[in-house]
Design a protein around this ligand. Structure first.
Ligand code: ATP
Ligand code: MG
Length: 399
């Protein structure tokens, strides 16, 4: 029978603790995001205690701590999570709880090296941190002489003791995705394709506190239903970080076909992208999104040269965020693997842009040339038609 203590999770908040006057808002949002993500696991409280949030389940015996740890690490704003025991009392209680906790760590009978690290936030506590560590270390060596040896440089186990309003003991740290709580930076519209880049771009901007909605341009009948499902799968993976996502699916074949029939091939990609941006901006304004987000990266393809990006931006009157602009493909793939979108992205389904590709797109287009070509096109009408055909789908892989 272990000593009585509360089993809780400690969620460490990073950058937010620097947010000065806004700090209250950020922490409130973070606590709300955490609550929403965890509530289906059972009744719990999220309580602020200095620079940590305490997640306290009402019924710890029937609470899936591992699942709660996993979900907590997905919430932007969380730097790390520790499953901890929390209890009151003085030094005798700290020693007894440390010995008791270590019994669990050593349950497999294997010998281990260890060290103790202590922090005393409650300065009224009679012992200073080094003395707490020393006494706990001595108690552990005495309790497990055959299994434990001290190694302060590379220990197998680091037992951490924090002396606060309640005392905390833990030995496990699980890293989170850091960033700022989703919803603290306003809302933006992500142009989500089926590729590797745009889900990563969405992840990166959501990690700066942006709430996202998505737009996907779909080229049925030139692309298959399965290509759309792949995009929805990607949105699902992204929703683990962003919360429930709305994906606005826009029928785009009409605009693409018209452009293909009427525009010189070397300008096709560029004018297609300008049309996408125009439609995206319209949806963004309807939905209260104050910026667009794309997965473009400087020089990756002809439509992503400085000239091409400038000409693309010229048709919209809101910020366009391109968080991958300075990353090379390997760096982007690394993130895609880490956030588990890569395997979905490389499934071989046609994307709308691979259907209408030019062999030699212009890399130094002029804005005036684009404007001149567009002047006589029935773009406005086709854009209205595309917007009328918009279908919104909601995606959430988890609560
Ligand atoms: P990826 O490697 O992800 O395929 P990208 O190389 O697709 O990226 P482009 O096809 O030029 O590059 O598209 C650039 C950006 O435009 C994408 O990152 C995405 O933000 C947006 N985009 C492209 N196609 C679509 C689409 N069908 N629907 C919505 N957005 C799109
Ligand atoms: Mg693509």
């Amino acid at each position: 029978m272990p000593l009585p203590h509360d089993r809780i999770l400690l969620a460490r908040i990073g950058e937010i603790s620097l947010k000065g006057l806004n700090r209250g808002d950020f922490e409130g949002k973070l606590a709300a995001n955490l609550q929403r993500r965890l509530k289906s696991l059972g009744d719990l409280r999220v309580v602020r205690s200095q620079s940590i949030l305490r997640i306290e389940p009402s019924d710890p015996d029937h609470f899936d701590f591992e699942e709660a740890i996993r979900r907590t690490t997905f919430v932007f704003g969380i730097v790390s999570v520790n499953p901890a025991r929390s209890f009151g009392g003085g030094m005798p209680e700290i020693l007894a709880q440390s010995v008791d906790h270590m019994a669990g760590v050593l349950a497999d009978g294997r010998p281990r090296t260890f060290k103790v690290e202590s922090r005393r936030s409650d300065k009224r506590f009679p012992l200073e941190s080094p003395a707490i560590s020393r006494d706990v270390g001595a108690a552990l060596l005495q309790a497990y002489p055959d299994q434990l040896t001290v190694d302060v440089k590379h220990p197998d186990v680091t037992l951490r003791v924090e002396v606060r309003d309640t005392h905390l003991i833990f030995d496990r740290t699980v890293r989170g995705h850091r960033g700022l709580p989703v919803g603290t930076a306003g809302k933006a519209l992500l142009l989500l394709s089926g590729g590797i880049d745009s889900p990563v771009a969405g992840y990166m901007m959501a990690s700066r506190g942006l709430e996202l909605e998505c737009v996907h341009f779909q080229s049925m009948p030139f692309t298959s239903e399965r290509a759309l499902e792949k995009v929805m799968d990607l949105a699902g993976k992204l929703s683990l970080y962003t919360g429930r996502l709305q994906v606005h699916v826009v029928p785009f074949a009409g605009i693409q076909t018209m452009l293909r029939d009427r525009i010189p091939e070397d300008m096709l990609t560029l004018l297609t992208r300008r049309a996408m941006m125009r439609v995206a901006e319209r949806i963004a304004r309807q939905r209260g999104c104050k910026a667009l987000v794309t997965g473009e990266s400087l020089g990756q393809v002809a439509s992503q040269t400085l000239h091409a990006l400038a000409v693309t931006d010229a048709v919209v009157d809101m910020p366009v965020f391109r968080p991958l602009i300075g990353l090379d493909k390997d760096a982007t793939i690394e993130v895609a693997r880490r956030i588990d979108t890569f395997e979905t992205s490389i499934q071989p389904y046609e994307d709308c842009c691979t259907v209408f590709v030019a062999k030699h797109p212009k890399t130094r287009p002029h804005r005036s040339d684009c404007d001149a070509l567009e002047k006589d096109l029935p773009l406005a009408g086709l854009i209205e038609e595309a917007l009328l055909g918009l279908v919104t789908r909601k995606v959430a892989l988890e609560p």
